[in-house]
Design a protein around this ligand. Structure first.
Ligand code: CP3
Length: 368
């Protein structure tokens, strides 16, 4: 342990497959790397078995279980990266909010933020080593147990997405309670977004110190904002996070690629490609060719097959993947879905997706 409570990584097994990291940096690869959001999830029977009868956030607090759940998909599929099993809502918990995972309902805050006065309930100076040390332990343990097979991705929710959960108190169709704050209490909204940004920066640095080899920032609720609100309440904080994390890592001589995934934020793609992230993650509503044109080769791209395409027969999945690869091109590209896997998806079709990415991309690269 270092003096600030962070676990220092050492003696990790040598990385055997750095395809994902090279693609993130826009370097040449032999095949297009692939992983899936929510690859550790309920579509796997072994995941359901490990999770059975246990509270979701209790599971998140057990480094051994998080490590096991992270490794499960790697035993089945030739993924080129793993993402640590955890949740974005551990950050509001670290700031003092109660969050429960209610089966059949999803994440629930019994006492959401209602008015700006409620910000006083939040912990402003969060000791991330103390409050989120269990995530760091899970990352360090997984870096050992993964045996260098593939890189390990750490992650966080972005400020706006976390703010919207903290005010809505759970999932929502309109997000109108959270959006009410943006129009009615803009100053308090910025105050909350700044508080979240400060915690997130420390949290991501802690994840790297613990052994994370890449970082993804999930702005899952970007699409509920219009372009003007996105530019005011999301983008500046996304930029600030990448800049502050990068500056600190540079001081320490570390270089960790960062991915920003702002779901449904079409209008933000140009701005996101100039926001200090190496990779821009895309949902399936954007055409691969136009995403390339609009980002002008400045960043690598990640995504974006419609998760529901995994309900198609395997041969069709292969065709869809081929078209996607042709659209993005094989350089500076990480194949993924446009959002997470659903619990009713067939693991065999996930395998077909991974195989199709590897096979088609190998061929395309050989023919270049
Ligand atoms: C919005 C969000 C959350 N959590 C997350 C996001 C951002 C990504 C996105 O947009 O989906 C991020 C997340 N959550 C989880 C991961 C693990 C890593 C991975 O992708 O494999 C990641 C990266 C595990 C999880 N997090 C959750 C599950 C499923 C519940 C379980 O295991 O019991 C998993 C595998 C629970 C969760 N947690 C959250 C929701 C909406 C749910 C679903 C609730 C439900 O379906 O009942 C909040």
């Amino acid at each position: 342990m270092s003096k600030d409570g962070l676990i220092l990584p050492k003696d990790f097994p040598q990385l055997l497959n750095d395809t994902f990291l090279r693609a993130a940096r826009g370097e040449e690869t032999e095949h297009v790397p692939v992983w899936c959001m929510r690859q550790a999830g309920r579509y796997l029977p072994e995941f359901r078995e490990t999770r059975a009868g246990k509270d979701f956030f209790e599971t998140c607090r057990s480094p051994e279980t998080c490590c096991e759940l992270t490794l499960q998909p790697l035993r089945r599929f030739a993924f080129d990266a793993a993402i640590i099993f955890s949740d974005i809502l551990v950050v509001p918990q670290a700031m003092g909010m109660d969050v429960q995972m209610v089966p059949g309902k999803g994440p629930t805050f019994p006492e959401p933020l209602k008015e700006p006065e409620d910000l006083q309930r939040l912990q402003t100076k969060v000791d991330v080593g103390k409050e989120l040390g269990y995530v760091f332990k899970a990352i360090t343990l997984t870096r050992h147990k993964i045996e260098g097979k593939v890189p390990l991705i750490g992650f966080t929710g972005a400020p706006w997405t976390l703010m919207s959960y903290m005010i809505e108190g759970g999932g929502s169709n309109t997000h109108s309670k959270a959006k009410r704050w943006l129009y009615r209490h803009p100053e308090s909204s910025h105050m909350l977004l700044r508080m979240l940004t400060d915690v997130i920066v420390e949290y991501l640095l802690g994840q790297v110190a613990a052994g994370a080899q890449a970082l993804q920032v999930f702005e899952s609720h970007a699409g509920i904002l219009g372009p003007v609100e996105f530019k005011e309440f999301s983008l500046p904080y996304l930029r600030d996070i990448a800049r502050r994390v990068k500056d600190k890592l540079k001081e320490a001589g570390q270089d960790v690629p960062m991915i920003v995934f702002a779901k449904d934020a079409h209008y933000g793609v140009e701005d996101l490609s100039q926001s200090n992230y190496e990779v821009v993650g895309l949902d399936w509503t954007i055409d691969p060719r136009s995403a390339r044109e609009r980002t002008g080769g400045k960043v690598s791209l990640q995504g974006n097959m419609d998760p529901c395409a995994l309900y198609a027969p395997k041969e069709q999945i292969s065709d869809i993947v081929k078209r996607m690869l042709e659209g993005f091109g094989t350089r500076g590209y990480i194949a993924n879905l446009g959002h997470g896997l659903y619990p009713d998806m067939d693991p065999e079709n996930v395998g077909a997706f991974v195989e199709a990415v590897h096979q088609h991309s190998k061929q395309m690269i050989k023919q270049m």
